[in-house]
Write a protein that binds this ligand. Structure first.
Ligand SMILES: [Zn+2]
Length: 206
């Protein structure tokens, strides 16, 4: 298997990977987009083969330099465990490379879409008085998306896990979490504890 260690110049005009791929920045494309795309394409065959421990390591590495919200959301999924094995969520994971090491990030926009909470999220953003330029990014990402290939309905048997995934999605997006739901029957005691830990993680900035 070739190694993937990507180098690029700053400001971004070209990139080169140790596997031999590389090129110039495409005019009009976001800087670094090709690196992200290269990561997604070259890791796609690996993702279905990952053992849980490898997936956890790669997920943690993907948020190692991120803000506490991102870490808390990922730790919520790891602590709950259910979604690491779920085939629908596995299709919403995106691989990449960090100095040759595999990273796996969660495509939270796609998760929100699969959960059917996009409208809810947009309403929340509206009421949270988010910065307009940030809202524009979110709207761009969500508007015009096709119907989700995977749907994760709030079914009886997985209700607590689905609620937890909804919380993780809210947290990842930096959107306010409806605390009143923590007392509902949808979240089992262990999951409720994990959500509280996630909120505490953000509050204490760890
Ligand atoms: Zn490469």
């Amino acid at each position: 298997m070739p190694s993937h260690d990507v180098q690029f110049d700053a400001p971004f005009t070209s990139w080169a990977c140790s596997c031999g791929e590389g090129g110039e920045q495409r005019p009009g494309w976001p800087a670094g987009y090709q690196i992200v795309e290269h990561g997604v394409v070259t890791t796609a065959p690996l993702l279905p083969l990952l053992r849980e421990s490898q997936l956890v390591t790669a997920m943690r590495l993907s948020v190692a330099a991120s803000r506490p919200h991102s870490v808390a959301a990922v730790e919520l999924l790891i602590g709950n465990g259910f979604w690491l094995h779920d085939r629908r969520v596995r299709t919403l994971l995106r691989g990449g490379w960090d100095a040759g090491r595999l990273t796996v990030r969660v495509d939270w926009t796609a998760v929100a879409q699969a959960l059917g909470v996009v409208d809810e999220a947009l309403r929340t953003i509206k009421w949270s008085q988010a910065r307009p330029e940030w809202m524009a990014d979110v709207l761009d990402a969500w508007s015009g998306m096709p119907d989700p290939e995977t749907a994760i309905p709030l079914t009886e048997s997985e209700a607590s896990d689905v609620m937890l995934l909804r919380y993780a999605t809210s947290i990842a997006g930096g959107m306010p979490v409806t605390l009143s739901n923590l007392g509902s029957h949808h979240l089992d005691p262990h999951d409720r504890e994990l959500v509280m830990e996630a909120i505490q993680r953000i509050a204490t900035n760890r």
